[in-house]
Ligand binder design. Sequence first.
Ligand code: GLY
Length: 426
Amino acid sequence: MKILIVGSGGREHAIAASAAKSPRVSKIYCAPGNAGIGQLAECVPIGAMEFDKLAAFAKEQAVDFTIIGMDDPLVGGIVDVFEAQGLKVFGPRKNAAVLEGSKAFSKDLMKKYKIPTAAYETFDDPKDALSYLETAKMPIVLKADGLALGKGVLICQTLEEAKEGVKSIMEDKKFGAAGNRMVVEQFMTGREVSVLSFVDGKTIRIMSSAQDHKRAKDGDQGLNTGGMGTFSPSPFYTQEVDEFCKKYIYQATVDAMAAEGRPYVGVIFFGLMLTEEGPRVLEYNARFGDPEAQVVLPRMKNDMLEVMEACVEGRLDEIELEFEDNAAVCVVLASDGYPVAYEKGYPIEGLEAFDGQTDYFCFHAGTALKDGKIVTNGGRVLGVTATGTDLKEARHKAYEAVNWVKFENKYMRHDIGKAIDDAGAL
Ligand code: GLY
């Protein structure tokens, strides 16, 4: 079986590594891929938004199955383009990927189908947003409606900050066209949990939970990033939380999408907040999380491709997911200065230490091959994942393995998974 993966980050490397474990896979292509993915797959220099070129490539190479890793092509309708040409592809169609592509859509959906989430208002005109904010309770959350590289959410403590936020999102267009519309949402407090799931349009299967660390600096300080590290499972995702979410959130979302004529096939990522009143949906994503995939997929016992095929063929009810009874921690190694300005092009040493390891993984994100050497090529460079019998061991091993890799301006957080210690869950 020949497969094509679309994307170029650590998530796509984790997807490629899982695919490579499937005995049915004979060849993996990745477009555009990166230097690490290139060790498992043939990287193809076609951009993730070049849908026609990608579909033509899939046809020429007789690719049997394509997996779309990234949000932009999904929201842009790549699945519709592939399906129109008779190609088998894993991911939601454009009319379903809107679950991530428009915050206003997802909030309206949750309201209509009574899926627990924070109260909100949607605005197309900054003047209306500003007059609403005059009487709103602070802190408050402003969200650009569209995709903004995970950065389009502002938490404002004061009315002045909120006014600045409206200006930057809707007038200065800090996040581009994503800010043509804005959602203003009630601020919630609690622990965040990421729950990934496979969906076939009707049936949903939940993967093991995870938690991301989005801020750039230790102690959850600094700017929002794409994610600086993750752990799985989350000890805060208790059986009680699971039961609540199964009753009010997971199947309800799949049913709501089907009832709207937008049957959802692919991965739904539920960004949850565990509030005192119970779990609430913070956001939906239409794909695996990055770096959530780097801790969840290495723990999955199933053949990932079989699960994905079952989704596309509408027979996910035949499958039960199984996860190792262990834990994983991923620490992202970034270029110092990320997410703002950083240098790249530095050689990376020590990667061979991961060769042949079974419980240490080095997932490449921003890397490239230059003159036969692997060099840094982005803000998030690598994701070092370790598995262990529990989170404490996995964390210890991950922080041991980050020292195996060396490059100029290497930056990481030192407290990935530390919340677990603080909560006394270890
Ligand atoms: N780690 C958060 C995301 O993938 O959006």
